[in-house]
Design a binder for this molecule. Structure first.
Ligand SMILES: Cc1cc2nc3c(=O)[nH]c(=O)nc-3n(C[C@H](O)[C@H](O)[C@H](O)COP(=O)(O)OP(=O)(O)OC[C@H]3O[C@@H](n4cnc5c(N)ncnc54)[C@H](O)[C@@H]3O)c2cc1C
Length: 557
């Protein structure tokens, strides 16, 4: 071979090196079939008909669907205030991938399953569907969860419910920017947060005045603003505004009853660090029209029905983020070798991965127990459990997720921070659920409020944990200590985060004792109820890490 020939071949790059020891993408896998923990949890609560979940798991894991998640985030939503002729349109344009994801979820009924007649175990099944969907992309979950959660609030107003509920429950996706009365399927958003305060909605300055009559179902004219209004392409928004009787709740449609565009003027879209596929807007209401929903002056009580469910969905979403982070980390560690052995076979990496998976076990156990409570919502005991459970669960699971996402990302080394893998997206998404729908302190204060108003919620919590009393001395003593801590009433507010943390951990431990294999429950208790666990990967020496890791992706050894 001549020198010229050798040089030109080297220039082509064909022989500089071979690519090896890189992991392969995790795609074309079944998110349900490969998730033993999810399957066991559903089975524990009596869900045996899982064909729909199996089929949906296969769909979610298709390479094409995973790519939609990437595309919907790479191509940010774009806002157009006016059309080319100068008419105000307030249009948000999404990449086709976003519409594909929305279409897939809405036609599956992720927004509506539990509200269909005779739906059995419907919250459990819906939580499982949403858990899988959210692993593909979290952002589009925002309008899905708001639409789902709007139903109990909308039901407070029979005239509004008559028109809107059939369209909300319809399993179709109609993203067209046309009046609601021309559509058979709609989505619903939420407008509470204003510039001067999000947590303290009593400070809302948006004002509503009756067009003619006042009260539940009456039409009002609304002026003011909203500082965070996500998914502004929804067909209507449940909003808070001050009326003469106090802060009230309204359903404000994108288009008015007379077919005119309603006075909802998007000012701009937020430039967010995460949750990119979801558009979040700043909005002004100029002579907008909307119907009062619920009693005048009881707006918080009305919209809290919605908020309780969106908080539950934050638990589902953050647990999904944790699960996706762990499967990515394990997939990589199984295929990547370092210092002569696969990462998954190295003691220190096993410790980290097993610990990350334990977090998923605890998060899913608590989330699915609350899904079960939602399915039994006509049982007062389950209502009591739910009252504390959504606040405790949202606080704890969402707060644990950012550190979890970072640690899982580190398992992939440098590849984990590159944008063509899902880890950066999971990492940037991780804090969002903790902040919206009531930030951490607000959840903690909500728990204290519940304890003060209905002390029975705490007894009910401990009653649930007592189902496993006597099975593990460490858990028993953690529960006794926690009860003593509650008995001390001083500085409750100052100590609230610690109390909620312990409420969450003891419940998670008990639920795992009840339904998970012994290795999982034991490891969870020893790593989380025996002092400070500052970072992941500090499991005690005798932990059965192989038994834990065998549960992550059992079909792909
Ligand atoms: C991506 C995204 C999308 C959103 N979409 C929507 C939407 O669609 N609709 C909507 O209405 N809102 C939406 N929000 C707003 C969100 O719900 C609020 O940001 C959140 O409720 C916090 O309100 P705030 O930003 O005004 O902060 P603040 O209320 O000012 O709170 C700031 C901090 O102070 C803490 N705090 C507040 N009061 C107390 C207290 N008494 N004691 C101790 N600590 C306290 C809070 O926990 C928080 O950490 C969205 C937010 C994000 C990030």
């Amino acid at each position: 071979m001549s020198i010229e020939q050798t040089t030109s071949k080297a220039h082509l790059g064909a022989e500089t090196h071979q690519v090896f020891n890189q992991s392969s993408p995790l795609e074309n896998y079944n998110l349900f079939a490969s998730d033993r923990v999810l399957q066991e949890s559903l089975s524990h609560y009596g869900v045996e008909d899982t064909e729909q979940l199996l089929a949906y798991g296969e769909r979610c894991g298709r390479a094409e669907v995973i790519q939609w998640g990437f595309d919907a985030n790479e191509h940010k939503p774009q806002f157009e205030s006016h059309d080319r002729f100068g008419h105000r349109v307030d249009l948000v344009k999404f990449h086709p991938a976003y519409h594909q994801l929305m279409n897939m979820a809405l036609t599956e009924g992720i927004h509506s399953g539990p509200w269909q007649p005779d739906a059995k175990n419907a919250h459990l099944k819906r939580a499982a569907l949403s858990y899988m969907q959210s692993q593909i992309d979290a952002g589009h979950g925002c309008p899905l969860t708001m639409t789902f959660a709007s139903v109990p609030t909308i039901k407070l107003c029979p005239s509004v419910a008559e028109t809107w509920l059939p369209k909300i429950l319809n399993t179709a996706y109609q993203p067209e920017n046309v009046p609601y009365f021309e559509k058979t399927a709609v989505t619903i958003g939420m407008g509470m947060t204003e510039k001067q305060g999000g947590s303290d909605v009593r400070a809302n300055t948006t004002v509503a005045e009756p067009v003619k009559e006042s009260g539940n179902g009456a039409l009002y004219t609304i002026n003011g603003h909203k500082w965070f209004l996500s998914a502004p392409m929804c067909d209507a928004f449940l909003m808070l505004a001050q009326s003469s009787g106090g802060l009230s709740c309204f359903l404000v449609p994108r288009w008015r009853e007379d077919g005119q565009k309603n006075g909802l003027h998007v000012q701009r879209l937020k430039n967010k660090m995460g949750n990119v596929s979801n558009a979040s807007s700043e909005l002004e209401l100029r002579q907008a029209q909307g119907w009062m929903v619920g009693e005048e002056g009881r707006g918080v009580a009305a919209i809290i029905e919605m908020v309780a469910l969106t908080r539950f969905d934050c638990m589902v979403g953050s647990t999904a983020g944790q699960r996706q982070a762990v499967v990515q980390a394990v997939n990589h560690a199984r295929e990547r070798s370092s210092f002569g052995a696969r990462l998954i076979d190295q003691a220190l990496m096993k410790n980290v991965l097993a610990d990350l998976h334990l977090e998923v076990e605890g998060s899913l156990a608590l989330t699915m127990r609350m899904a079960k409570a939602l399915d039994n919502n006509d049982d007062p005991a389950e209502q009591l459990l739910m009252r504390l459970g959504t606040a405790v669960g949202k606080f704890w699971i969402c707060k644990r997720t950012p550190g979890h996402a970072y640690e899982a990302m580190e398992c992939l080394g440098g590849n984990g921070v590159i944008e063509n893998c899902i880890m950066p997206r999971l990492y940037r998404e991780a804090p969002i659920n903790a902040i919206w729908e009531g930030s951490g302190n607000i959840q903690a204060l909500d728990v204290l409020r519940a304890l003060q108003k209905t002390p029975a919620v705490l007894d009910r919590w401990f009653m649930e944990i007592a189902k496993t009393a006597g099975r593990n001395t460490l858990l028993d003593s953690a529960v006794s200590k926690l009860k003593e801590t509650f008995a001390r009433t001083g500085a409750l507010e100052f100590r609230a985060r610690y109390l909620i943390e312990q409420l969450a951990l003891t419940m998670q431990a008990s639920l795992l004792l009840e339904s998970a294999p012994a290795a999982i429950a034991e490891a969870f208790i020893h790593s989380r109820l025996c002092g400070v666990q500052a970072i992941y990967g500090c499991l005690p020496e005798n932990t059965d890490v192989d038994a834990i890791l065998a549960r992550v992706l059992p079909d792909n050894p």
